[in-house]
Write a protein that binds this ligand. Sequence first.
Ligand code: AMP
Length: 421
Amino acid sequence: MNYNKKTIYDVDVKGKKVLLRCDFNVPQDKKTGEITSNKRIVAALPTIKYLLDNGAAVIACSHLGKPVATFEGYVKKQVEKGKNEADITREEWEKSLKKLTLAPVAKRLSELLGKDVIFASDTIGEDAKAKAAALQPGQIMLLENLRFAKGETKNDPAFAKALADMAELFVSDAFGTVHRAHASTAGVAAYLPAYSGLLVDKELSIMGKALDNPVRPFVAVLGGAKVSDKIAVINNLLEKADTIIIGGGMAYTFKKAQGFAIGKSLLEADRIDYAKDMIAKAEAKGVKFLLPVDNYCAAEFSADAEPVLAEGDIPEDLMGMDIGPKTQELFGAAVKGAGTIVWNGPMGVFEFEKFAGGTKAMAKALAESGAVTIVGGGDSASAVEKLGFADKITHISTGGGASLEFLEGKELPGVACLLDK
Ligand code: AMP
């Protein structure tokens, strides 16, 4: 996959209408709808400001949440959730959509930018078209939630074309959605010259380089709950990394494959053979494959459970909840001399304070390593942020699913569609 894509610096945006895909999928208070974190809006500001300062007219767009675009679809989903079909009303569906309007984002964006943000009450309807047509250089507008339109997630060419028709250039700056082939993330590039924004460019240049041309030794640290989620990542990294470290709940399937007792720990029995294969493959390739040698265990999956340290085998009545001190040392030493470290997935149940030690130690080891450090989105990113190490990490990816697919070496539709340099 080619990550070397043209950016907004490679095109003259002056006087051009730019369709800008942002990630304004902000967290909101369930009751009041208030935006509880500005982070994603703030992250979009550099690209927006660059475009506006350089004379573009910006038509920003994003999705928010998971609205169901049709009443029929809404009914189906509610029935799946166990609701009685006869009780589901159109009003209720409309209310569910209203909750996911991007209007509050337009307001917040306007406050942060210090200028008016024109809000369109639809995506490709009369209001959006008229406002886009009237938009002047230096002005910005925001379309309503893209997923209110049923063509968005289906990557309907007609919807993509209608979006594209409002603009002259497309800029992709929503890394969190580049693994999806939706109309606004990939489809529009069939009709407009497509460039990366500054956020996407940062992700591509740092992660792309780490995977294709890493400063060695290249150490990959994987954790989290499930082996099955990370199979493609391990496969891909076995071809690229010098050391693979496995922690978290997924480590126990590997320990089982090695013949250890794992008590009540997480196990994916149908992945044991795969785990054996991976260990053998790593050995054959000369890739160091490190697994926990001791674990903090618990009798039950609870924040109040008393940690019990087990070396090697885990007793029958216990489950592994976090890596132990010897493992912290082993993993820490492996990370110490690294040139590049990629980390995806916590080392234990870090949401429980008593079992957060391994994840903390890993975050600290990365922070102190002096290596190029990249933390995948999702849980490991929030762990690093929560534990206060974020400013010592080279790059924390803004996309959970997208960064995982990046590590899998998969072609990302929202990246593949951008113009090559
Ligand atoms: P993932 O989404 O696959 O990255 O997994 C993250 C989740 O894995 C977190 O919610 C952790 O609590 C969980 N996790 C990590 N270690 C363990 C473990 N030893 N047992 C059960 N769950 C774990």
